[in-house]
Design a protein around this ligand. Sequence first.
Ligand SMILES: Cc1cc2nc3c(=O)[nH]c(=O)nc-3n(C[C@H](O)[C@H](O)[C@H](O)COP(=O)(O)O)c2cc1C
Length: 212
Amino acid sequence: MKFDLETSPHSAAYKLLVGLVAPRPIALITSMDENGVLNAAPFSAYNYLCTDPPIVGIGVTNRSGEKYVPKDTARNIRRTGEFVVNIVTEDIAQQMNICATDFPPELSEVELAGFTTASSEKVKVPRIAEAHAALECTEFTTMEIGRSRIILGRVVAVYVEDRFVDAEGPYIKADELHAIGRMNGLGNYVRTRNAFMTIPRISYEEWKEGKR
Ligand SMILES: Cc1cc2nc3c(=O)[nH]c(=O)nc-3n(C[C@H](O)[C@H](O)[C@H](O)COP(=O)(O)O)c2cc1C
């Protein structure tokens, strides 16, 4: 089948792209409004974009049906300039999903999900204590694109539980962290437990010697 996204409704573009650009890492973003009220929500339109400087990007669609009303995460980041990306692993997947529920403003999704918080080092926004790793970010820029915002965040500090770090790199023991990925918009995720294969890079010298 072929789809012309220039003439298709947004919902088709969403369903196709979230199913084809997959698996995606999930950023459980904590942010605060001007009064210090904490917010947490998951985003899978997310990746690191470069490391020098260290920049992550997040795509946040406006609230559905309301063209110019941003989600709380995007609004908070624009107003306070800080956020934390909490890494989503298998053991906090259900709690992450609760944070995506559109609760009324007086209810805290962090508490309802059973999460607690811990102080960050460089930003005022706390991290989720149950997350094994987190990226402390400051807003680099926010681009308003149609009904969405693309947020670029500069990573100013990284927290990882000691047991998941090989200090020699420092490398992340990714095969022990058990991060999960989002596969589509139908509630399907992929586990990374026992799912690793190793494909070393091939230098041109090795290629000429016949290595494949
Ligand atoms: C796993 C997962 C990934 C999501 N990824 C995105 C995303 O990339 N962009 C987006 O706008 N919404 C995404 N959502 C929906 C938001 O999490 C949801 O709209 C949330 O209520 C926004 O909360 P906020 O208004 O507190 O920021 C995702 C939901 C889930 C469960």
